[in-house]
Ligand binder design. Structure first.
Ligand code: F6R
Length: 257
């Protein structure tokens, strides 16, 4: 994995937008994997600015979301499809019909998750996947203890994740959905490039495990160590527990020279 320790979230957003721009310069029909949460927001701002400036276009792109709540109202602002529309899709030139997510309200969820994996394949796969990481090492809604090779599936949200997300549901835990549909780690690993963002001291343990820990179901993101084209973007606070931080800085400087 390539590690980038950058001064702040805006620098991270620009660096990931650079990588996305390169992908779309090489292939105007590329597909982008999008994540919800706060980590990708600076990247989305950078992408929207580049599209407004005519430097980048998602006209022919498909966006694939990572995950969705089960049983959330279609018009709930926290429904991930609505979050992605608000934060990125409505601010760029992607066709709304090409923004896809796992369907959390399908009558047959087991069939729907299989169809989602198939749709990603049928569209040629994800070229670059943006990722955040939970403080417990989850990516998408792949919580600790799950399979490292899972496909898109129905998952149970941990109490920790539901408590973390209660702030988006009037602070009321009883309003937070109990289940989700999520791309599996095996699905995510098929994206041709992964760009993970982690900022703030709250992510320092997860970042240490992600980059320097052993691959383990206890820290699901560690499976990324097996990806041939994975990039991790962190700020100083998230990098604080890395033993080899100076070494990563040296490599980063050499790369940029
Ligand atoms: C988002 C997602 C989650 C978040 C993670 C970090 O679609 O699946 O894995 O990326 O919980 O969230 P933030 O970025 O809000 O810290």
């Amino acid at each position: 994995m390539e590690v980038y320790i950058l001064p702040d979230e805006d620098a991270i957003g620009e660096a990931i937008a650079d990588r996305i721009q390169k992908v779309f310069e090489n292939n105007a029909n590329a597909n982008l994997g999008v994540a919800t949460g706060s980590s990708p927001l600076p990247t989305y701002r950078a992408l929207a600015a580049r599209v407004a400036d005519g430097k980048l276009s998602f006209k022919n792109a498909h966006f694939f979301m990572l995950d969705e709540y089960v049983g959330i109202d279609e018009d709930h602002p926290e429904r991930y499809h609505n979050v992605i529309t608000t934060e990125i899709a409505s601010k760029v030139d992607v066709d709304p019909a090409n923004v896809h997510g796992p369907e959390g309200n399908a009558p047959d969820l087991e069939a729907a998750v299989k169809e989602y994996d198939q749709l990603i394949k049928d569209q040629g796969g994800v070229d670059l996947q943006i990722l955040g990481i939970g403080s417990d090492g989850h990516i998408a809604f792949n919580e600790p203890g799950g399979s490292l090779v899972s496909r898109t599936h129905v998952g149970v949200l941990t109490k920790q994740t539901r408590e973390d997300n209660a702030r988006f549901f009037d602070g009321d835990l009883s309003k937070v959905p109990t289940h989700c549909v999520t791309q599996g780690l095996g699905t995510i690993m098929e994206a041709r490039e992964l760009c993970l963002v982690a900022t703030g001291a709250g992510k320092a343990d997860a970042v240490r495990e992600l980059i320097e820990g052993g691959i383990s179901a206890l820290w699901p993101a560690t499976i990324m160590q097996m990806h041939p084209n994975a990039h991790v973007f962190v700020d100083e606070a998230a990098a604080a527990k890395l033993k080899l931080a100076d070494y990563y800085r040296e490599i980063q400087a050499a790369r940029e020279a």
